[in-house]
Design a protein around this ligand. Sequence first.
Ligand code: AMP
Length: 282
Amino acid sequence: MIIFKKVADIQNYISIQKEKGKSVGFVPTMGALHEGHISLIEFGKTQSDFLICSIFVNPTQFNDKNDFEKYPITIDADIELLEKNHCDVLFLPSVAEMYPDGMELKTHYDLGNIENLLEGAFRPGHFQGVCQVVERLLRIVLPDKLFMGQKDYQQVMVLKKMIQLQNLDTELIMLPIKRSQAGLALSSRNARLNQENLDHALTIIRVLEKIKSNISKNTFETLKKDAEDTLLNNGFEKIDYIELAQQEDLQSLPIWIKDTPSIILIAAWIEGVRLIDNILID
Ligand code: AMP
């Protein structure tokens, strides 16, 4: 695997590859890599001539300073895991490389209502920061295909919109959530939980599955109340949201509508760590 830290160097390398007619696949990450990230890389490799992974913990998308400061950094292990999984290129830029003109937003992305829902409501400014960093990365890497996880479903929707707004020539492909054998959605933030809390964290997928399997028989309101009680009785201290929404635009659905592809999304706190997860109802 080739590692680039400088924008000019990776751009030079990519333009040589593109001249040879090679297609570029891209998986942007914030590091602390796990099998979820690797699933994107593995699939991405089957769809492109070479695969670039980036690791950059983007300061502008953290609305919570504590979350930024505690974000796990495991760069040596990350490089080892990428090598083991035959990633072709790692882009590992510094903040100065990514933001040579400072970190203030130069573009306001007109994302519409999706920016204010769910994650947007609890993390003000988060999606503007995500768009800022991903646009910068896409303009450097010029990927044909961008691979992202359903784990961050709203982020996928937002970035599809950003790609359209900025007229970028990249196809975004969303891939399923990789889970532990017991069902916990893999996440870099899981590294901050002890074993007891990791066991408790499984409650999220249990309540998601329970809502999904009962959605045609009970009201969402009843199922949501039951899920909240279950989470709070199993180590969770706070619930930001449990929502039923349309897959298409994430508009909230107060009641389930048969034949409308929908999604149930949860964000909740355990031991000061905020976890998100979701499940599709097709
Ligand atoms: P992050 O490093 O958390 O910014 O995530 C980088 C990419 O990996 C994003 O597209 C995430 O949606 C994706 N991702 C994170 N966790 C998982 C998972 N458990 N399964 C599949 N993709 C994931």
